[in-house]
Design a protein around this ligand. Sequence first.
Ligand SMILES: Nc1ncnc2c1ncn2[C@@H]1O[C@H](COP(=O)(O)OP(=O)(O)OP(=O)(O)O)[C@@H](O)[C@H]1O
Length: 505
Amino acid sequence: MCNNYSSCLSLAEFIFISISSQSLLQKRQCLFHVKTQNDKYRTAGNVSGSVQFCEKTDCCVGYFLINGSQPEVDLLACDMAEKSCPDSTCKAQIRFSNHLIKCVCNTDLCNSNITWSVEPAQSEFTYTYSVGDKIKIVVIVFALLILCGIAAKWKTVLKQTKDPQTSFHSVAPLCSCLMTKTPDIDVANVELQQIVGEGYYATVWQGKYQGNKVAVKVFPAAWKQKFANEKVVYELPLMNHAGIVNFLGSGRKSDGSSWLIVLQFAEYGSLHSFLGNHTSSWMLSLTLCQSLSQGLAYLHSDLHRHDVHKPPVAHRDLSSANVLVRADGTCALSDFGCSTVLRSCLGHHCRQNHTRNTEVHPQVGTPRYMAPEILDGSVNLKSSLCLIQGDVYALGLLMWEIWMRCSDLFNGETVPQHLLPYESELEANVTLENLILYVFYMDKRPSIPKLWELQPQGSELQKLLTDCWDYDPDARLTAQCVADRLGSFQSYCSLFYRHLSCFNC
Ligand SMILES: Nc1ncnc2c1ncn2[C@@H]1O[C@H](COP(=O)(O)OP(=O)(O)OP(=O)(O)O)[C@@H](O)[C@H]1O
């Protein structure tokens, strides 16, 4: 019997309400307070008044502004993507700038309060050292330096005795793949002609080897480790692929002053200089993006052919300076100095383990191209999946750079000059702190021109880019999926413009 409307529920309604209230009860509840610039946090769960029921994670977050000595709430919400949050109370964890700090915690409404301590200010008192004190300090520092030197030397000697190869490999040892042992080339046969590129670690020359035009990457002896990293990747089995620059050999100058890697010569040099000097048609842009994503998909692949195994490799430093453009308008990945050869046992979750393993896989790469979770420092850099997802974020930025120079997308209007990602929003020499605030905290990405929406494939293109640089690494596409989607773009070529200047169309 039911006496009033509210108590008059059918059995089905009753079951539905109890199940939903139960599931709401099981969900993490966090205090909710957002400002418009961080609207993305609304999607992290259902909001009821000042409480949010988390849909995506079990963690609450709090961002606090430090004005004077008191933290002031800037944002309270459920976290957006799966992360580790081992603490039950919200302890200040990451300091984005002098004014903004973040905490994460794992109990209901735990983000209401932040536990933090003001960093001890530099004490301002002065102390005058006597001459005797100064001599003592110099002697102690000197003795410590000598001791450190001896200890470091011993560590190296012991390491080398244990495994003579380890001094030469910082890349994680592989599960099952054999290295292709390429014999060293005779450096005397390599002719260096002119410098074509100057990176941080090496100078790249145009040269001649066995009658062919080649690029020669010359590492000074001090960067032997970078040379070794790169050589390890190039010498992996089955590394020959159109999307990866062709490795022709390596060697050492007889006087030991430098180490050389000989590569196929890319006529247009880096993608950065190519885009700086050329605009492109729809088809050329598509060719650049397809070859780039195919190269990355291949690099990430775990291949077994007969008895040979190519493990997945994360590039970890994708940028337009590290992608080359060949005469036929295809891209080739290069510069594997920061790459990590991954064990074939993929499957670690991106954020299961909060420890930052800076020893095994340190945070490397070009900050501008670093994924938000890598900038934020909250990911487990030991996880293969994280590194691969970080590469896909950079792939999204690279494709944005390419399409921003596509004249067909600007419908006869002036094509903007080539810009690096975030160059127009932040300065050319952007600081890490500004990048973290913009890319991680505000979840901003390079802007996509409104004009693109009017173009035949503009919206698909926009979707492709946003699916690569999603805030949630698990929501990002794989490089293979990017290549497949781009493959379907091609069939629309004839629909695009009748007078389309197609490259390879
Ligand atoms: N195979 C090649 N063909 C033509 N130019 C090349 C080739 N390889 C490299 N370059 C040029 O040399 C530049 C530097 O090369 P690379 O990025 O490999 O050096 P690096 O010292 O490792 O740089 P980084 O500072 O990014 O670590 C490239 O941006 C490109 O302009």
